[in-house]
Design a protein around this ligand. Sequence first.
Ligand code: FAD
Length: 433
Amino acid sequence: MSKTVTVVGAGLAGCEAAWALANRGIAVRLVEMKPEHKSPAHHSDDFGELVCSNSLKAMRIDSAAGLLKAEMRQLGSLILQAAQETSVPAGGALAVDRALFSAYITEKIRSHPAISVEHARVEQIPDSPAIIATGPLTDGALAQAIAEKSGQDALSFFDAAAPIVTRESIDMDKAYLKSRYDRGDGDDYINCPMDEQTYTRFVTELLNAQTAPVHGFEENMLFEGCMPIESMARRGFQTLAFGPLKPIGLEDPRTGKMPFAVVQLRQDDASASMYNLVGFQTRLKFPEQKRVFSLIPGLENAQFVRYGVMHRNTYLRSPGFLNANYEVIACPGLYFAGQITGVEGYVESAASGLTAGIALAAALKGMPAPDFTAKTVIGGLGRYISAPHSRFDPMNANFSIVEPLPGRYKNKKLKYAAYAERSLAHISGMLLP
Ligand SMILES: Cc1cc2nc3c(=O)[nH]c(=O)nc-3n(C[C@H](O)[C@H](O)[C@H](O)COP(=O)(O)OP(=O)(O)OC[C@H]3O[C@@H](n4cnc5c(N)ncnc54)[C@H](O)[C@@H]3O)c2cc1C
């Protein structure tokens, strides 16, 4: 094995992997096809681009998403460092200014003395040691080469992105500031309240709206966590009111009453000039988005900076092909990382890059392969993608992938605190490069 590692793709997983290797003294050649070639979901020239929401989910350590972040921080994550430096208010969640976030990552990667960046579209599987982190929209020659290497068809589902509107176009005489249950600063979200009549009209129009054709799309190829708002509405008239539009904890401060339903908007940039519609990923045609979403009180004259879109999202049948450190079982020294491995989400993608980077650094230094075990969320993800399943679906961070604790806990807070204590102690005790 040569000692320079090729990392393909400077997304969340690729940057995290390159950073983990470089900080362990390993030379990295990071190859990224932007800015010349961009997938349909990528717009920025910078690295670590967030293609849809600007939220990296919960920060509370008593949630699996929060514990994963704590684990990654302990392991020196670049993505979480960037998020901390560029965060915007978002209640109990970690949300970022997407442009500043990517600019921070790009600057750190470009200025690292052990990382050299090349801009090219990679069409073949590179020689080992290498990490392929080309994301869920990998296509063309490389996708074909990966399919041949893995001896399988890659799997696909569909993912959708939510629209973004300007802050100044939101009518604050109708909307109000508040976070659910007053978490965070208590007023981190803009809330558009609906009475029952307005909700009824909105759902009716949503169900009647025209959707954009998506090649090869079937409704059963949707991932639950990224379900378009119109698909969710088709499940039942009240589904949205119990889902993304649930009003609980969002009483209108002007009346003290809980509306029938509430559309929440989350700050999307540091200057608070843009807000995204939370949970409003959609495949409605653009004029239909303007027409239907303008029925939301406060958004009658909303200016759309970006409309929601839907894309195919591709991942490998990793069980039997990758081990829990994301290494190709039949090809030591070759790793995959990111959403393409079957982990789902920004932080989860970065976590797999961190695991692969640390594991490859260990191999190059002649150390034993790290075993994060299922006592940690980061290890639970690796176990999940490498273990046999009757049906292999993409996986978010959650406690079902973590080894149960011995004993019984009546108090959930205590139980999650025990998960966190066990996980962080396990990582502290590991022999890592
Ligand atoms: C439309 C859409 C919306 C999503 N929304 C969310 C969301 O709101 N929240 C969430 O948590 N997750 C979301 N995801 C899922 C997932 O978290 C993201 O896709 C995440 O960006 C995956 O990180 P990654 O590093 O694996 O891939 P990416 O971030 O996509 O990075 C891959 C990089 O590789 C480069 N590349 C690709 N092919 C080549 C090549 N042949 N040669 C060189 N470079 C190449 C790309 O330009 C890109 O920079 C969404 C996914 C999609 C597709």
